[in-house]
Design a protein around this ligand. Structure first.
Ligand code: SF4
Length: 907
């Protein structure tokens, strides 16, 4: 087989050049300017793109540190079969031969693809085309199933299509922003900053946060409704009734553009009761509930934004429709400053929806259940077959694999052994599967460890294509670094396998060609009669772009109906929905409790989610020391009353266990957590922690319509972990993760830190530490206090601290920040003398835990500055220390520190 040379470097010149591209992380889709200053060393300066309408130059802590993730450390650079490097020819032939053999023996339903919102639209398009149009099954699903499939299902039920009606620009016009199930400050930081700035500009703008937890987003909340987990449908049904009672229904909009208001209203009205009972059922204060109803009734320009707290639920689709019902009833859809708005998690979740990356969708927003759509797609592709029915959704797909029904899977750009619920079963399913192919840019992930065939993908900065953000804006992600070794675009790998399987229609030479085909399909038979399926997703105006025009494509919101068209900011202000009668549908919905409820055995409710500085399974953000300084270990956040009952203090280790699995994580205590609830971040993997993979604990219950798992509600038991000792290691080099009950690896500026605890003491501390530290050389300093159970060792190599091991019987050990700053540095006399005490001679040398990741400003530095210089607000802290002046993500925490110190001073 001949492989065509792919020119991924069309934009790379020998001179220093700045390339406009798009952030690799969340669904905000911020524009980035990348300036390559040293190609061979992969040194790149990152700035926000001031022209990009998603961010106008701002980047959050994750986006700002993209340049620090570009080294080749940990990259997968060669195709591998069973752990041995092979040529692309061998890898492609093995995949094609094995897929064909398995299909011949067990049928086409025995194979599957599991893809990702990290893929570019062009990669996604080819994967979907190969699976649905050539292999002939719809067993292709995506990790976007875990993220926004309930929003998709809700939009489709109401609007007839997966169409987000609004733009970010609407935040600059809204008078009320309602954030439901969204820690926007941490998960969509640049949108949060935009809303915050809009509030400063227009003080009449009010923000309501609806979330069981008090999060960093509360910084801008005029009202917080800490509802009971799962009470969203009840709340929005009650709001629909209130809207009618207060005569704020938009009768013209309802009559002209919608159907079934009566049905939805009757259902909502069935089970509301009086306001006191209602408030108790929802779990909020009656006055606060009335205030929310009043504000919503009185404010035509209302945006209701929802995210994982709504979507990741066994009634996620109904929650979405309960919200949309209130907007349809008030005509607040697609109008300036007024819409229901799904905040998408991933950078290209929406691009995946456009190409039909979900198992129940066809390409270009067509429906797999619709025979006219199926025939149309097949006719366009001229493909031998077309999938006849929906495929297996993510959780079902891995269950089928566990049961032996799926015998071959190709996983691209995702890590299901970490991110899916009941993740130990997912691991067992992959262990059983005959053929596991994994395409990734990272060599060592929980999922890659189980691959029979590994394919090296291009990473961010190398790959070239398009992504679509939460507001339907298509942006170019451009390559600016050369592809390392044998890494290739995913669309290329898919096309080679398709051709090796004997399929035509995959001789693509560039992403521009694929985008062109994708755009032409969006326009194909899309301008005639609604009955045959007029579709919202139409980018016909981008269908005939030349390669140069594609390279130069500026961010644009679909639909794009002609080449001159400037894109579409809003949809549906004048109706024209994509249902057969062009009317939106009110959907009657009923409040349901989460499927698994707490019991005596599992009395707590586990809620999972993201933290400020990490992305998904940390394969990239986990490489950046400054993103691990804020929160470096997996944790469980508890309410103080629960912590007291369980005799748990901050920093203790706790076991969080469900009937599906368990983790051991660090305790945090926060009054913003509800009693009976515990929050654990989703990010930690088995690569970085021995027992921090929370996906193993999450129940595999899914929404019956969308198939989205209920990640926000798993009954668990929480208990103190009794360790015989606690400790930490510092090392210049990465180490094998020590075999301890609690063991977490944390990348730091000059090396690695390992946090440890175990139920049993080693026979010999120094032997034990030396083995895990790879026998450090040089002078050894040591200190022991047998009575207190303290063991401290440090190794100096030519006067520099090369390794360190501190152990103790108690969880409280010397702070890490100062010691970490000494690693691999020459020690002066004072530092050497103070080393084993763990405390610097100069107290100012200890900066404390890092709060501002952008400028590395620690908590102790901030506290000292506030007290000594009498700083009064966040702006003054910024002026004095720069903290909070770049991305602004840490401003809520700066405010918290400030408030605490001010209240202490007042006492
Ligand atoms: S908000 Fe942050 S992570 Fe999200 S796209 Fe923008 S810079 Fe990237």
């Amino acid at each position: 087989m001949q492989f065509n040379q792919i020119n991924t470097l069309s934009v790379i010149q020998s001179d220093i050049k700045t390339i406009n591209t798009t952030c690799a992380y969340c669904g905000v889709g911020c524009g980035v300017k990348a300036t390559v200053t040293e190609v061979n060393q992969r040194v790149v300066t990152i700035e926000g793109d001031t022209e990009h309408p998603a961010n106008y130059g701002r980047l959050c802590s994750k986006g700002s540190s993209l340049g620090e993730t570009l080294s080749l450390e940990g990259r997968l650079l060669n195709p591998m079969i069973q752990g041995k490097e092979v040529s692309w020819t061998s890898a492609v032939n093995k995949i094609a031969t094995d897929f064909k053999a398995i299909i011949a023996k067990h049928g086409r339903e025995s194979v599957a693809f599991y893809v990702s919102g990290q893929l570019l639209t062009e990669d996604y398009y080819v994967a979907n085309k190969l699976m649905k149009g050539y292999i002939g099954t719809a067993n292709i699903d995506t990790n976007s199933r875990l993220c926004m499939s309930s929003a998709v299902a809700g939009y489709k039920r109401a609007f007839g299509a997966d169409s987000v009606p609004a733009s970010y620009d609407d935040f600059d016009h809204a008078d009320l922003v309602v954030l439901v199930g969204s820690n926007t400050a941490w998960c969509h930081p640049i949108l949060f900053q935009r809303i915050k700035a809009a509030k400063v500009q227009r003080p009449r703008l009010k923000v309501v946060v609806i979330d069981p937890r008090e999060t960093a987003t509360n910084e801008i909340a005029d009202l917080h409704l800490p509802i009971k987990a799962g009470a969203d449908v009840l709340l929005f049904n009650a709001l629909l009734v209130k809207l009618a009672e207060n005569s704020v229904l938009d009768q013209h909009y309802i009559a002209s553009y919608t159907t079934n208001f009566e049905g939805a209203f009757a259902q909502a009205n069935k089970n509301i009761g009086d306001i006191t009972t209602l408030a108790a059922r929802i779990g909020v204060d009656e006055t606060a509930l009335n205030t929310f109803f009043d504000w919503f009734c009185q404010t035509p320009k209302t945006m209701t934004c929802f995210s994982m707290g709504v979507n990741q639920s066994s009634s996620g689709t109904d929650k979405v429709n309960a919200i949309i019902n209130c907007h349809l009833a008030t005509g607040r859809v697609g109008k300036e400053g007024a819409s229901p708005f799904s905040l998408t998690g991933q950078p290209n979740a929406m691009g995946g929806r456009e190409v039909g990356g979900l198992a129940n969708m066809l390409a270009a927003h067509m429906d797999i259940e619709n025979p006219i759509h199926r025939q149309r797609v097949q006719r366009f592709w001229q493909s031998p077959v077309i999938a006849e029915q929906s495929g297996l959704k993510a959780v079902d797909l891995f269950d089928a694999m566990y049961e032996g029904k799926i015998k071959a899977v190709w996983i691209m750009a995702t890590n299901p052994v970490v991110s899916l619920p009941n993740a130990d079963k997912v691991r067992a399913a992959l262990e059983k599967c005959e053929l596991v192919v994994v395409s990734d840019c990272i060599a060592n992930t929980d999922t890659a460890r189980l691959a029979d065939v590994l394919l090296p993908s291009l990473g961010w900065g190398e790959k070239d294509g398009t992504v679509t953000n939460s507001e339907r804006r298509i942006s170019r992600q451009r390559g600016f670094l050369p592809a390392p070794t044998l890494a290739k675009p995913d669309w290329w790998a898919l096309s080679q396998v398709a051709q090796a399987m004997g399929f035509s229609g995959f001789d693509y030479q560039s992403p521009a060609e694929i985008f062109n085909e994708h755009a032409r399909l969006s326009a194909f038979e899309n301008d005639t009669v609604i009955a045959s399926g007029l579709r919202d997703f139409n980018i016909s105006g981008l269908a005939e772009l030349s390669a140069t025009e594609y390279d130069a494509l500026q961010p644009i919101q679909w639909p794009v109906l002609s080449k001159e068209f400037q894109g579409t900011a809003r949809l549906f202000a004048q109706g024209q929905f994509f249902t057969p009668n062009r009317l939106a549908r009110f959907v009657p919905v009923t409040h349901r409790h989460p499927v698994n409820t707490p019991s005596l055995e599992y009395p707590f409710v586990l809620n999972t989610g993201r933290i400020r500085d990490q992305w998904h399974t940390m394969t990239r953000t986990g490489l950046t020391p400054r993103l691990l300084q804020h929160i470096g270990e997996p944790y469980a956040e508890l309410h103080p009353i629960d912590a007291k009952k369980l005799q748990i203090s901050v920093g203790d280790l706790v076991v969080v266990q469900s009937q599906w699995g368990k983790v051991i994580v660090r305790a945090q205590i926060n009054e913003g957590q509800q009693q009976g609830a515990v929050f654990v971040p989703m990010h930690w993997t088995s690569v970085l922690s021995r027992q921090g993979r929370i996906g193993a604990v999450v129940n595999p219950v899914v929404d019956p319509i969308s198939g989205q798992p209920e990640n926000k509600h798993t009954p668990v038991v929480v208990s103190h972990f009794e360790a015989a000792w606690h400790g930490y290691l510092l090392s210049k080099e990465p180490l094998t993760l020590p075999e301890c009950d609690y063991s977490v690896a944390i990348r730091i500026e000059n090396g690695w830190r390992y946090e440890l605890a175990h139920h049993q003491k080693p026979q010999d501390w120094i032997d034990w530490a030396s083995v895990w530290l790879n026998q450090p050389q040089g002078e050894r300093l040591e200190y022991q206090d047998i009575g207190l159970g303290m063991q401290r060792y440090a190794w100096l190599d030519e006067g520099r601290l090369s390794a360190l091991a501190f152990f103790g019987a108690e969880v409280a050990l010397p702070p890490r920040a100062w010691l970490m700053s000494l690693l691999n540095q020459p020690l002066d006399k004072l530092s050497r003398r103070a080393l084993l005490s763990g405390k610097p001679a100069d107290p100012n040398a200890d900066v404390g835990n890092i709060i501002c990741a952008c400028f590395g400003v620690g908590q102790k530095t901030i506290e000292r500055a506030v007290c000594q210089q009498n700083l009064k607000n966040v702006a003054e802290i910024g002026k004095c220390l720069k903290a909070g002046t770049n991305c602004g993500s840490c401003q809520p925490e700066l405010q918290k520190i400030l408030s605490r110190l001010i209240s202490v001073a007042a006492v």
